[in-house]
Design a protein around this ligand. Sequence first.
Ligand code: ADP
Ligand code: MG
Length: 692
Amino acid sequence: MRPSILSPLFAPLSSIIGLGEKSQKLLKNLDCHSTKDLIFHLPINFVDRRFAPKVCDAIAGRVATLKVKVIEHIAPQKKSQPYKVIVADETEQMTILFFKAYPSTIQKNLPLGKWVAISGKVEQFNGSLQMSHPDYILPAEQIETLKKVEPVYPLTAGISNKMLNKWISQALNRVPALPEWIDENLLKEKNWNSFGHSLFAAHRPSCLNDLDPNSYARQRLAYDELLANQLTLALARQKIKKQKGRELKGNGLLRKKFLENLPFKLTQAQEKVLQEIFTDQAAPFKMLRLLQGDVGCGKTVVAFIAMLNAVECGFQAALMAPTEILAKQHWENFQEWCSCLNIRCELLTGKTKTKKRQEILSDLALGKIDILVGTHALFQENVAFHDLAFAVIDEQHRFGVHQRLNFSNKGDLTDILVMTATPIPRTLLLTSYGDMEYSKIDQVPEGRQPVDTRVMPVEKIHDIVAALKRKIDEGSRAYWVCPLVEESEKIDLAAAEERFSSLQKYFGDKVGLIHGKMKEAQKDLVMEKFKTGEISLLVATTVIEVGVNVPEATVMIIEHAERFGLAQLHQLRGRIKRGFQASTCILLYAHPLSETSRARLNIMKETEDGFKIAEEDLDIRGGGEILGTKQSGFNTFKLADLSVQKGLLLTASKEARLIIQQDPDLTSTKGYALRNLLYLFEQDEAIKNYKQ
Ligand code: ADP
Ligand code: MG
């Protein structure tokens, strides 16, 4: 139950005076759904209305608040002309202009002969002063209410700054005095004020420094948000750590045999990571570890060897892949490896025929299957294992923290290894995985050829097609990637289809098309044709399944490369560097290309190190955008800006760990204060399991 002290902040938007249904809908565009969201909607600028001179002292180009008498109304002769109102004080007169306004409204607000207070930007025209559409027109006696600094908020169509100011002021007045959740020493050291004070200060900027993320108020609020995030992750982690697990210590026989048959030696990085995994498996707690490693660094082999450890102990192991294609690919691989080890590996996907499916399910329950490969979806259904000891999740970022926890709640004693090929910069790792254990394979097997990456303008397309034709005639296979052009999939698809038909003119039936709107079966068919070489050129929207392995594909052309995130380009390029042949990646860009975009594309040319690329991308663009936040499952922050506040994140991370050590159930006075924080940032999933 949410503490009642927070209720005013969770009141619906409809409780705010003057905020109607239509505006409530529009505010969703600003991610404002309740009162609390309004207070976290921080200004990006301000207007200073404190300058209140006589008309003769008003300065063109500057906002002024003036007390003036209405002298004359001049209605326009033609529609295109403005409605003019002449006003004056004892020093000088000026003109107020209204374009396309209702005369009746103007006459009501500026009654002839009355004194009024107006505020807005003063302009100069033909030597005299004027003001178009004053921001405010009030009766003269209310002028003092106008003379202040007014925050300027990010807006959306249909919502004016004036409206937001009114609503946010109301919301701010509802902020209760909350018990402090930040450590006192830290508060002193950083010179931070209370949560309430900081909020007020952040909404009342009066100089540019107040808008800086490094202002005390904004720092504190950012820290609050980061602390809530880190605390949630730490709580989740603790919950898992406390869970009992099996002590998996196999006799090593299967592993030995497997390694003897393997045509290569494991890299040092693979060895190191394996030891980390074995240690986890042997511990009496449940394992949850993230295995990070660039495409092609050899994660799958490592995962398989860890699975063998479980099988040696007489248990079952499973691998869940994000797509059918990937599941099948893993299984084909495993089949080969398992056959010389005399153990049984099966594939279970949505496409498995009923009869086979029933056979697999019953054998699985009887323990006759050692290793099962399938898609995530399948494992969320009720697949009953005889005794599942170890599960590998090939993740690709489709899951949030809580979903991940649900996974591990499934099998009681199942150890979990999550694999990801996405190079996640340290900072982001911390915000979406917290202090989850993680291993990193930071070395690629020897003998790999670097990809020859070139950055070229789209005008060269004819030369490129000609070169591609030669390559394909020699037997090469190539991807042609068309980007997300618009939000709408329809338009993207149209672009890809157009490219497909224009390439058909050169390559005939050697070209195939694959896109997100196709049915799984259709996609599989095209992919299969590409694998077997029936198709040599595959035109694709960005759906080329992450991880799909066609070793013969050695060429990739990416259109409008400037529109992709670097991490995404890196993933795509990974498709062609799996083989040991030389390969070529052409990044086509269209003009105009900004300096930043050029710099980004050049990074792709300079390095193939995914971590380096991800770090650079983070520095250039900030965290949220790195993979397109929505798909990536990374947290985005409302108040914190990771490109400048990495330091605060680290502090929050340390602090969260300390809190969990000292007060794991959040039952101290500070613990209860922290619960408020978690609710404020909607991290209450994390506290659901705690006693009130
Ligand atoms: P990832 O899953 O990390 O993308 P894979 O495990 O699929 O990488 O490995 C990519 C390719 O490299 C596979 O063909 C695999 O057999 C091979 N490979 C893995 N480890 C090594 C190694 N140490 N030396 C040489 N080749 C390796
Ligand atoms: Mg793989």
